[in-house]
Design a protein around this ligand. Sequence first.
Ligand code: NDP
Ligand code: MG
Length: 395
Amino acid sequence: MTRRIALLGATGSIGTQAVEVVARYPQLGQIVSLAATGSRPQLLAQQAESTGASTVAISDSANADAVRTQLRARGLNPRLLVGPDAVETVAGELSGGGDGSGDVVLNAVTGSVGLRPTLAALASGARLALANKESLVAGGELVTAAAGPGQLLPVDSEHTAIAQCLAGVRPEAIDALVVTASGGPFRGRSRAELGEVTPAQALNHPTWNMGRVITTNSATMVNKALEVIEAAWLFNLPLERVEVVVHPQSIVHSMVRLVDGATIAELSPPDMRHAIGWALAYPEKLPGLSRPSDFTQAQSWDFLPLDEDAFPAIRIARAAHARGGVAMACYNAANEEAVDAFHEGRLSFTGIVDLLADVLADPALPQPATLTVDAIAAAEAWARSRARELIGAAQ
Ligand code: NDP
Ligand code: MG
């Protein structure tokens, strides 16, 4: 039977590349459902046509008419699910085979709104290819508890790299994970030099072409902070054994240092289709998935320490993770508010990370007795509202 694929966040950077990868490698299965907010109705309808998906889910009902019109214009009549729960519904309706032969949910929505769909996919037994790192950052304890062996595969170049480096490595042989960071567009700048950064400059990433939130997060290094936490949850290691090194070329996607002093690295040209294809095909390999490295050409790669004074985002995240509970969920939610405010001209670039420190320092930060999805959602609502107050007060 053909494997079914649900694509959440279909119209985004990862989603559109996933459509390409599945079209190129039909052995991966068939995309049967597409989910998005519906803000790009034409693209979504085009994807419904090219993939033959039988279900389209949109989270924002204000976009329903535009999506219907675009579907009809193509003579398509898929099942249309509309509303805030639609994405979670499609995430949870496929099934698992226990051995990787089952269906796959690729969660590539942006933001911690991805947590419920992540949990729904895991509950269904399907494989979860997870690009939505925010669901692990906000709900790592719940997500890892819900994931069966081999059920959760990362779609993030660093974590996909680490997973490949760890093939055949026993847990006790791991000394540390070394996550590489491109350093973003402002590498080498001091904190004072970051004050005047504009949204357009922050969106001009040197090596990766990604959605707005993750591109901004790459410039502030919040993305790397989220990835360090993501790595700790995925590979079940304490945070002090997850290191960061700046590697501007983005060719070595991450490394694992072993207790005997050897370091294993995965490298390939920067192209997210590699990570997407790796997760969808696992444990098979897709021939020609990425351009091979060419060692007949002279090249040099740099590895530099991170300037944590100019970019304190990771230090703040490490402290939040050490507190446990909902602290990282609050960090991420406050960051989502801060990124919006920055792009709307209401907050400076350095103000984004300063805001995270201020929200986390607030004694009113929730401390729920039991960690549940609802407790996380309540804490996030608190963090967003606190962030908005602080942004308003600073203006
Ligand atoms: P984009 O902003 O390009 O796309 C986001 C997608 O999610 C869009 O399809 C959007 O729909 C959809 N979406 C957003 N909010 C909702 C919601 N509430 N309900 C349903 N769908 C929603 O983001 P990216 O593709 O860049 O990133 C997606 C995820 O992958 C993020 O978690 C990011 O951190 C992660 N990631 C991305 C990488 C990259 O190279 N882009 C690399 C590694 C990880 P619509 O178009 O209708 O608005
Ligand atoms: Mg990454």
